[in-house]
Design a protein. Structure first.
Ligand code: PHE
Length: 352
């Protein structure tokens, strides 16, 4: 037999235990452990109910009430504790994850123009000041425009000057230079005079080295008119070079050969690195080549729709990457298209 007083003791003790353990429970999981310990199938409160049959029958209703009250109170305390813990968790997360809206924002990295684009725009600026317009011409060309109409028939040894990517489609190729644009622009404007520059990408089937890329830019220039002479060529190119490289530089024109100009020449500048005394960059000559040029060949004028008895003209071709390399003493052309930001970000000038 169990006496009611004994049970009352146990109820009191369990009420106390429940309160203390809930207070100490620091997490939802710990609360759940306390619940199982008291109200689970083998929990201490659950087990109290099993004592009921051992009480004197007249004490049982009173005892049942006591245990039920204990159970209800524990459950209520458990819910309160759970609610408090949830609120605490939310509060803690709010504090931990708080955003300090007063902190300055992270700067957004600004893009800028590729150095080739920057120098191209500089070239446009200089030539537009001398009345040249920009004319675009295709990168995929016919053999006819890239070679034949420029006095380079099939099997002509001059084709060796341009290692060529041929397309699968017969007669098509990636232009090896911007000179085929001369034919396009002449056929568009003949018999009007022309002053145009033709920028764009060119492709050569070559071993990629510090000095040669498979893809690079060129800017072609073409002036056609009555009474245009080599003096005009020299004047325009010298003015360009002074604006591009600075007033102090010296230039020279040297005889050369291109099938589509006659006479042909190359323009050199005194070596920026050694000031003309001779170094590794200029191969100890004191001079570096900056572009190829010449008077438009009469046959090319005819191919473009001009009568060489009436019209003459000059043409030139330069490489913007080469200009940058000379200007900033860059010794590897591959840097331009390797997309290494450490290189590209050094060219911060120029319009965005
Ligand atoms: N197209 C020539 C080259 O790629 C350069 C050039 C252009 C020479 C115009 C003369 C006149 O080498």
């Amino acid at each position: 037999m169990v006496q009611i007083e004994e049970l009352e003791q146990q109820v009191k003790a369990l009420a106390e235990e429940g309160r203390e353990r809930l207070e100490q429970a620091g997490s939802l999981e710990e609360c759940e452990a306390v619940r199982v310990a008291l109200l689970g199938r083998k929990g201490k409160i659950t087990e109290l109910f099993q004592l009921l049959p051992q009480l004197p029958p007249e004490a049982r209703p009173e005892a049942g009430k006591l245990i039920n009250t204990l159970k209800d109170q524990f459950q209520e305390a458990l819910e309160q504790r759970l609610a408090a813990l949830k609120a605490e968790t939310i509060e803690r997360r709010l504090q931990e994850e708080a955003v300090d809206v007063t902190l300055p924002g992270r700067p957004v990295a600004l893009g800028r123009l590729h150095p080739s684009t920057q120098v191209l725009r500089e070239i446009y600026r200089i030539f537009s000041g001398m009345g040249f317009q920009v004319f675009e011409s295709p990168e995929i060309e016919t053999d006819e425009h890239n070679f034949q109409l420029l006095n380079i028939p099939p099997d002509h040894p001059a084709r060796d000057m341009w290692s060529t990517f041929y397309l699968v489609e017969p007669g098509l190729l990636l232009r090896t230079h911007t000179s085929p644009g001369q034919i396009h622009v002449m056929r568009k404007f003949a018999p009007e005079p022309i002053r145009a520059i033709l920028p764009g990408k060119c492709y050569r089937y070559e071993q990629v080295t510090a000095r040669s890329e498979m893809m690079f830019h060129q800017v072609e220039g073409l002036a056609i008119g009555r009474k245009i002479t080599m003096a005009d060529l020299k004047g325009v190119l010298t003015e360009f070079a002074h604006q591009m490289f600075g007033e102090g530089r010296r230039f020279r024109f040297r005889a050369s050969y291109f099938p589509f100009t006659e006479p042909s020449l190359e323009m050199d500048m005194d070596c920026i690195l050694c000031g003309g005394r001779g170094c590794r960059v200029c191969k100890h000559t004191g001079w570096v080549e900056i572009l190829g040029a010449g008077m438009v060949h009469p046959q090319v004028l005819r191919n473009g729709g001009y009568d060489p008895q009436e019209f003459t003209g000059f043409a030139f071709g330069m490489g913007p990457e080469r200009i940058l390399m000379l200007k900033y003493n860059i010794d590897d052309i591959r840097l331009f298209f390797a997309n290494d930001l450490r290189f590209l970000e050094q060219f911060s000038g120029g319009p965005r």
